[in-house]
Design a protein around this ligand. Structure first.
Ligand code: BGC
Length: 543
């Protein structure tokens, strides 16, 4: 079967763990590495009673003052003591490997924390040897930053530093100064950091803001354009997706290729999906996987998802492989976002069926499998700088970072102490323990889908073809590998829908129900008369 030849990052399911929020082993209210070790059985214990994921992606675990959830690193070769020690990390790595699970580390290569000793030195004087490790420039006039580039979050991307009377560049928040990748020492150091963790045995990296590493050397201003939020009022021609950043991705790939079976997935922050495709390089020479926001930002419409998938399928190069997710630590949780205005539970099941039967690597975000909703975190408990800055606008990210809901006990079984963010009110009802014992739960639905994916080469490795002629509100596609044919029908509406006679394959044949949100597994189905019940996800296989 073709699937046998697939590398793990193509055939596996990735589970994203927000380390501060997953499991706290020592009662300080902060999730930690030992907490994850204790919960590995939940993720994969080799039997069908666990989730059955193949890899974990850990949000940043490097030393950090944690002013942005760890995306502000102060030492790339150390583990954040709030999460544990290097020995804990090695133990986690080892424990995952013994279960045949891979570990993907988040790598923040674009910027450091302003508390990183490199930056402390860099800002101390204009002639400090580390001055050029960051991007320093004179203002273009008194009180005016060097150019008009904007920070993703807000305002100018340049911050004035009174000590040396120059500006430094930060694509994100002011306490996250951008490293100067044009300095060969910086490049060498950061490649060294990647090598350090590869030597330790990590299986891959999630590369934060990979298309932001370089900016235009001449600091040319971006052309103006119309957009919804101030950052979008510019076409980001000169401050992101520069050719040199792709070159850096290639260099990282050359390094990674020196180790067996490793992979890099990159966050390509862009509104142009072609940028993300570009990061797959010219043929197995850049990132293994790249992702961008499009799929995760679609509204609850069959056509919207079909278009997103269709675009990617049409534009991927032959060596390219899709990667899909509905949630991450930056987005409002899909249970609420997609469920609004309908039956959230039923929609979450349809969404999961889509995520886990499309062609491409699926990423599940912790808590998604039990339908954790978008939480409302009161202002005084907020941790995310964006949430605090823009309050009361609901743009903060804490709502998708609340403690994992393990059981209905105090603090949802996340910690014995005071949790860093309040536990969501849904925890009594929506938690792992409760859903574990309920065959119809969302958790068991995820487990069944992951198991099915593991059993069916067509789902993991097969081709993808959207079925034409489906009625409005239905997304349907065919997955094929060798003789195996699987058809997936997703009803995005709350109405019953009857599909017209579908010419799915030239030869007819009997189709068998593999799984459905509404039960009835194993029944035979006539493809000329498929009937979808409201909010139903139905997966069929040609017998
Ligand atoms: C991460 C964010 C982070 C930002 C700055 C990203 O895109 O996903 O959580 O705040 O980069 O590092």
């Amino acid at each position: 079967m073709p699937v046998l030849g697939l590398p793990w990052w193509k055939k596996g399911v990735i589970y994203q763990i927000a380390v501060p929020s997953f499991a706290d082993s020592d009662g300080d209210g902060m999730g930690d590495l030992r907490g994850i070790i204790d919960r590995l059985d939940y993720l994969n214990d080799g039997t069908s009673s666990s989730l059955g994921v193949d890899a974990v992606w850990l949000t940043p675990v490097n030393a950090s003052p944690m002013r942005d959830f760890g995306y502000d690193v102060s030492d790339y070769r150390e583990i954040n003591p709030r999460f544990g020690s290097m020995r804990d990390f090695e133990e986690l790595l080892d424990a995952c490997h013994r279960r045949d699970m891979k570990v993907i580390m988040d790598m923040v290569l674009n910027h450091t924390s302003s508390e990183h000793p490199w930056f402390v030195e860099s800002r101390s004087s204009r002639d400090n040897p580390r001055r050029d490790w960051y991007v320093w420039r004179d203002g273009r006039a008194q009180g005016k930053p060097p150019n008009r580039w904007l920070a993703v979050v807000e305002g100018s991307a340049w911050e004035y530093d009174a000590t040396t009377r120059q500006y430094y560049y930060h694509a994100f928040l002011p306490f996250q100064p951008d490293l100067n990748w044009r300095n060969p020492q910086v490049r060498e150091e950061m490649l060294g950091v990647a090598g350090f963790w590869l030597d330790k045995g990590v299986d891959g990296f999630r590369l934060d803001l990979i298309n932001f590493l370089y900016e235009d050397e001449l600091l040319r201003d971006n052309p103006r354009r119309f957009g919804l939020r101030p950052y979008d009022w510019q076409r980001h021609l000169y401050d992101r997706s520069r050719p040199e950043s792709l070159e850096a991705a290639r260099e990282l790939r050359r390094l990674t290729d020196r180790y067996p079976d490793r992979a890099m997935m990159g966050e390509v922050y862009t509104d142009d999906p072609r940028d993300a495709v570009a990061y797959l390089g010219g043929g197995d020479d850049a990132l293994h996987l790249s992702f961008y926001l499009d799929f995760a930002e679609r509204k609850w419409k069959a056509e919207a998802f079909r278009d997103s998938v269709g675009w990617l399928e049409a534009h991927l190069p032959p060596w390219g492989w899709p990667c899909y997710y509905l949630n991450n630590h930056d987005l409002p949780r899909s249970y609420t976002r997609l469920g609004r205005g309908g039956d959230a539970e039923a929609r979450a099941k349809v969404a999961a069926a889509m995520l886990l039967t499309l062609r491409g690597t699926p990423i599940i975000y912790y808590g998604e499998e039990i339908g954790m909703p978008a939480s409302r975190v009161p202002r005084k408990r907020m941790d995310d700088p964006i949430g605090r800055k823009f309050w009361p606008l609901p743009v903060g990210r804490d709502g998708s970072r609340t403690p994992m809901q393990w059981n209905g006990e105090k603090n949802a079984g996340f910690t014995s102490g005071e949790p860093r963010l309040p536990v969501d009110l849904s925890c009594g009802d929506r938690n792992v323990e409760r859903q574990d014992g309920d065959p119809g739960s969302l958790l068991n639905w995820y487990r069944s889908l992951i198991r099915l994916r593991g059993e069916k080469p067509a789902l993991r490795a097969g081709s993808y073809r959207a079925l034409a002629g489906t009625p409005k509100g239905v997304f349907a596609y065919l997955r094929e590998a060798g003789e195996e044919r699987i058809a997936v029908f997703l009803n995005f509406t709350a109405r019953e829908v009857t599909l017209p006679g579908l010419e799915v394959v030239p030869e007819r044949g009997v189709w068998r129900r593999l799984i459905s949100t509404l039960g009835g597994d194993g029944d035979g189905v006539d493809l000329q008369r498929v009937r979808l019940r409201p909010d139903e996800a139905l997966v069929l296989e040609r017998a």
